[in-house]
Design a protein around this ligand. Structure first.
Ligand code: CA
Length: 370
């Protein structure tokens, strides 16, 4: 059966509800009767939600806690979700496997963490020089992305939902000025994912370290640079105390999409109204996180400026070089993986169609506002 899109899902749900209503009028077939008997409106579901974030991680982890509250409130307590930070129930990067196997019913993270299993998943989080929040959100929700994402996760018994965006990130903290492409050579930077591969291709070396180790590694010179998120989270990490320069823009993460994944069998076990509640709460989380990121990042950029953090911009030449390397890496990726080729074709087509519109409106607006 073809995967349902959101409209079809809601339509089927309303048909389901309408059929349910007609059952009370007396025309019940044997099968329908079974279904009615099986449906207990007071049945309570207690689910576990694992996440890739540190426990109560500001904005994102807190958003997951709110999500659980919203679901509980909307369902009148029929669907209760207990949220676990990374490492509390399982290690953070086992989130995908835990939800896939049904150890937990729900997970929250970012799809590029699963690049080792599914390279194409990265398009549903962030690719360097890709799309910003509103563009990637539009592509996923209404531009054909979600159907491809569902298809990609289906063999793993997972149903993905878009559930947040980090919005624009910064390029990171450096202890060396970046004036030419040569300044990237030999630079050791904590930068994950495709961005890290691009950075290596550009002559640097990408070091992977868990969030908790970055500060010490930078302080001790194990790494020369690191990226993290934006002014709010970066300030809380204290990077401004140990790094000389804060570079813009986040060429590797212009608007990273976040995901909620649900175990397919668990989702099937829910009555229709609880499924819709889950979907509605995911949509609310999808608005909450980016809005909160925008508020807090602006506030903390102001604080950083007051504290005289040296904020720089990567030279155009460096960005053009990184973009060229990104294209090389993506070309190789789609040549070796048909799934990546399929997803990238949709991603690229959307980006190209959207570009003249964004240029005509938003770029012009940003150039003239005072
Ligand atoms: Ca980042």
């Amino acid at each position: 059966m073809k995967k349902m899109n959101r409209k079809q899902f809601l339509l089927t749900s309303s048909i389901g509800l309408a059929a349910g209503a007609s059952l009370t009028s007396g025309c019940i077939s044997v099968d329908e009767k079974k279904e009615v008997e099986a449906f207990d409106p007071n049945k309570k579901f207690k689910w576990n939600m694992v996440t890739t974030w540190p426990p109560n991680f500001p904005i994102i982890g807190e958003g997951c806690n709110l999500f659980a509250e919203w679901v509980e409130q909307m369902s009148g307590g029929r669907l209760q979700i207990r949220v676990y930070g990374g490492g509390e129930l399982i290690p953070p990067l086992e989130t995908f496997d835990a939800v896939s196997s049904g150890t937990a019913q729900l997970g929250h993270g970012a799809a590029y963490y699963w690049a080792g299993k599914i390279p194409a998943a990265q398009f549903f989080a962030s690719v360097p020089f890709g799309m910003n929040d509103q563009q990637v959100t539009s592509w996923i929700l209404n531009g054909g992305g979600i159907e491809l994402w569902q298809e990609l996760y289906k063999p793993f018994h997972l149903v993905p939902f878009l559930a947040g965006n980090t919005r624009a990130q910064m390029g990171g903290w450096f202890n060396r000025e970046i004036n030419t492409v040569d300044d990237l050579k030999g630079l050791k930077m904590r930068i994950p994912g495709l961005g890290g591969r691009v950075f290596e291709r550009a002559g640097g070396s990408a070091i992977l370290s868990a969030g908790s180790e970055i500060y010490t590694n930078l302080e001790r010179g194990v790494i020369d640079a690191t990226e993290w998120l934006g002014p709010f989270h970066d300030y809380k990490m204290g990077f401004h105390k140990i790094a000389k320069y804060y570079y813009s823009p986040g060429w590797h993460e212009a608007g990273t999409a976040l995901e909620l994944m649900v175990n397919q069998q668990s989702l099937n076990s829910l009555p229709q109204d609880l499924r819709i509640i889950l979907e509605t709460a995911a949509a609310r989380l999808n608005q909450y996180i980016p809005a909160e990121m925008e508020v807090k990042n602006a506030e903390f950029l102001k604080i950083m400026k007051e504290e005289q953090v040296d904020i720089r911009s990567f030279p155009d030449e460096v960005l053009a070089f990184l973009e060229e390397k990104t294209q090389e890496i993506i070309s190789e990726m789609i040549a070796e993986d048909p799934k990546s080729a399929k997803v990238y074709a949709s991603f690229k087509a959307f980006k190209e169609t959207n570009k003249p519109w964004s240029e005509l409106t938003e770029r012009k607006f940003y150039n003239v506002i005072s």
